[in-house]
Design a protein around this ligand. Structure first.
Ligand SMILES: O=C(O)CCC(=O)C(=O)O
Length: 275
C-alpha cells in the first residue's frame, strides 16, 4: 500500500465495524504507544503531587477521607495543559470517530480519572443524558492509561444498548458509586467487563449503558483519559459544554443550547453538570 492509500484506508475492518454496529462499542487495541501513555500518566501524577486545587478543573480536598476527595477527576484538562489538547484532537482518534459516526466530528469535553485503590466507581448510566447532543448522540473515547479490568474498577458496557432511548435514572448506591444516577441494564443486555491494556481506547455512543465498580485492589491505580465528541451535524448540546468544544484544528465550536428537559419529564430540573 502506498502512503496515500494507507492514509485513506479505514481504521476498522468490516468485521470490527459490524461488531460496532451491533454492540455500540469498539476497542482500538494499542492505539496509543507505551511512551505516549506514560507521558500522560506522569503529567497528571505531577499535577496531583502539587496537592493544589485548580479552579474549575480539579476539586482537590486535602481534608477528604474518601480516596476520590484527594484524587477527584480532572475536568477539561485540555484547558490546563496544551499537551492534553494533543490527546483530545489526536488524528488517530479522529479517523476512527469519522468512520464510526459516518461524518466529521467535533470535541465536546475532556476528563481524567485517577481512580486510586479504594475509590468508588460510577453506577451504570448513559452519557447523552448529560451531554444532550441532538440529533443522534455523543460518542466517548476512553483511553486506558493503566491496565483496566473489573477488579480495579475498569469499565463495563452493556452491548446493544446503543439502540435504546435515554432512560430516566434511579438513585445509585452511593457507597459504591460517586454519582447518584443509576440506569438498570435491561434483560438481555448484561454488562460485559472489559480488560484493557494501557494505550487501548474504548469508543461507545451516548446511549450505551456503561459504568464501573469501585477499585477493590490494594495497590493498582486505574487512570483514564476520557474525551467526548459529537457529529459535526449535531445542532444542539447541553449549554454547559459550549465553552469546552473545539474542532480538530483547535477552533472553537458553538451550537444551540439544548433546553430539552430530558427523559425524566418536565419536572426534571436537576442540574446534571459535566459528565
Ligand atoms: O471511568 C469510569 O470509571 C467511568 C467513566 C464514565 O462512565 C464516563 O465518563 O461516562
Amino acid at each position: 500500500m502506498t502512503q496515500v492509500e494507507s492514509e485513506r484506508a479505514l481504521p476498522l475492518t468490516d468485521d470490527e465495524f459490524r461488531a460496532w454496529d451491533s454492540d455500540g462499542f469498539h476497542v482500538a487495541r494499542g492505539l496509543f504507544a507505551a511512551e505516549e501513555v506514560a507521558a500522560i500518566r506522569d503529567r497528571f501524577d505531577r499535577m496531583a503531587e502539587r496537592r493544589e486545587p485548580i479552579e474549575g478543573h480539579w476539586a482537590y480536598d486535602s481534608a477528604a477521607t474518601d480516596a476520590l476527595g484527594r484524587y477527584p477527576r480532572v475536568m477539561h484538562p485540555h484547558e490546563i495543559d496544551p499537551a492534553n489538547v494533543d490527546v483530545y484532537l489526536d488524528r488517530r482518534v479522529q479517523r476512527i470517530l469519522r468512520q464510526l459516526m459516518g461524518e466529521e466530528i467535533v470535541g465536546c469535553q475532556t476528563m481524567f480519572y485517577f481512580k486510586p485503590p479504594g475509590a468508588r466507581g460510577q453506577a451504570f448510566h448513559q452519557d447523552n443524558y448529560y451531554l444532550l447532543v441532538q440529533p443522534y448522540t455523543c460518542v466517548a473515547a476512553w483511553l486506558a492509561v493503566d491496565r483496566s479490568y473489573p477488579e480495579n474498577g475498569g469499565l463495563q458496557v452493556c452491548p446493544g444498548t446503543h439502540r435504546m432511548d435515554l432512560e430516566c435514572p434511579d438513585h445509585a448506591d452511593l457507597s459504591e458509586s460517586f454519582v447518584d444516577d443509576y440506569v438498570r441494564p435491561p434483560e438481555g443486555h448484561e454488562p460485559v467487563g472489559l480488560d484493557l491494556a494501557p494505550g487501548d481506547m474504548l469508543f461507545f455512543t451516548g446511549s450505551v449503558i456503561h459504568g464501573s465498580q469501585p477499585n477493590s485492589t490494594e495497590d493498582e491505580w486505574r487512570r483514564s483519559f476520557i474525551s467526548h465528541y459529537m457529529p459535526v451535524s449535531a445542532t444542539h448540546i447541553g449549554g454547559w459544554y459550549l465553552p469546552h468544544m473545539m474542532d480538530f484544528d483547535g477552533n472553537p465550536v458553538t451550537r444551540e443550547t439544548n433546553a430539552w428537559g430530558g427523559p425524566c419529564g418536565e419536572e426534571d430540573s436537576h442540574f446534571r453538570g459535566f459528565h
